[in-house]
Design a protein around this ligand. Structure first.
Ligand code: ADP
Ligand code: TYD
Length: 217
């Protein structure tokens, strides 16, 4: 059963499909493949991601790259602010897009905050802080691409230079555990699809198409 009851708009609203996973799990690859499939089927789609490229998102990027230092609670609050702006801003806010019938494919939403920020603070605090977003717009479905942290790191290492692999691995293990904890906590109110992301990308894409189709129009 579809548990999303606070999506805006009427009968012609678009679906809101969110991709979650640890870094390097293959979210952008799968979003690209699902987008291609939807275009072939004439579905009007908008692809977007968090953190965004808004002024708030740019500040987050500066913090993540070590150019600006602040407290973990401030970072969590900036993700909350970036998310609300992403939902509500007049120019390209996704609440309006969905109301107008566009399907939104999004790379990360509040479950990313639940997983990443709760490594350093309480999950309850993070869930509560994101209540303004969850009360405005719950995903039609959250697709979690579940990848072994070793596999994700191998994929990342192919693309990027000089990673602190050991530190990265322990962090990714914790983030994956936090995702699973948050999904378990919210399983009664969220639609969650977990796919094994350790496989060939075409095989994963096929499973996502089939399972998302059960929720999305
Ligand atoms: P994310 O957006 O979650 O960080 P990406 O889609 O950018 O992940 O994938 C990270 C890297 O792994 C990219 O180089 C991508 O081509 C590669 N990749 C993605 N999915 C797979 C897969 N199923 N098998 C092997 N490599 C993959
Ligand atoms: P992103 O650019 O999507 O990284 P990737 O392509 O590797 O998945 O996200 C940047 C980082 O921001 C990523 O490590 C996860 C983190 N993040 C949070 O910590 N909290 C959040 O709420 C979001 C949306 C992202």
């Amino acid at each position: 059963m579809n548990k999303s009851q606070n999506t805006p708009g009427g009968a012609n609203k678009g679906s809101f499909i969110v991709f979650e996973g640890i870094d390097g799990s293959g979210k952008s690859t799968q979003i690209r493949l699902l987008h291609e499939h939807m275009k072939e089927n004439g579905v009007s789609c908008y692809v977007t991601m968090e953190p965004t490229d808004s002024p708030i998102g740019s500040l987050i990027h500066q913090i993540m790259t070590g150019h600006v230092k602040t407290d973990n609670k401030v970072i969590a609050a900036l993700f909350v602010a970036d998310r609300l702006d992403h939902l509500l801003n007049d120019v390209n806010g996704i609440v309006n897009k969905i109301s107008e019938g566009t399907t939104v494919l999004m790379d990360r939403y509040y479950f990313s905050s639940y997983a990443y920020q709760s490594v350093d603070m309480s999950l309850d605090w993070v869930i509560q802080a994101n209540e303004p977003s969850s009360s405005i717009l719950r995903p039609t479905v959250n697709v979690f691409i579940d990848v072994d942290p070793d596999v994700a790191l191998e994929r990342i290492a192919k693309n990027r230079f000089q990673r602190e692999l050991f530190e990265e691995k322990s962090r990714l293990i914790k983030v994956r555990e936090k995702y699973l904890e948050a999904f378990d906590r919210l399983k009664d109110v969220e639609n969650i699809v977990v796919v094994d992301g350790n496989r060939d990308e075409r095989e994963i894409a096929r499973e996502i198409r089939e399972r998302v189709g059960a929720f999305a129009r």
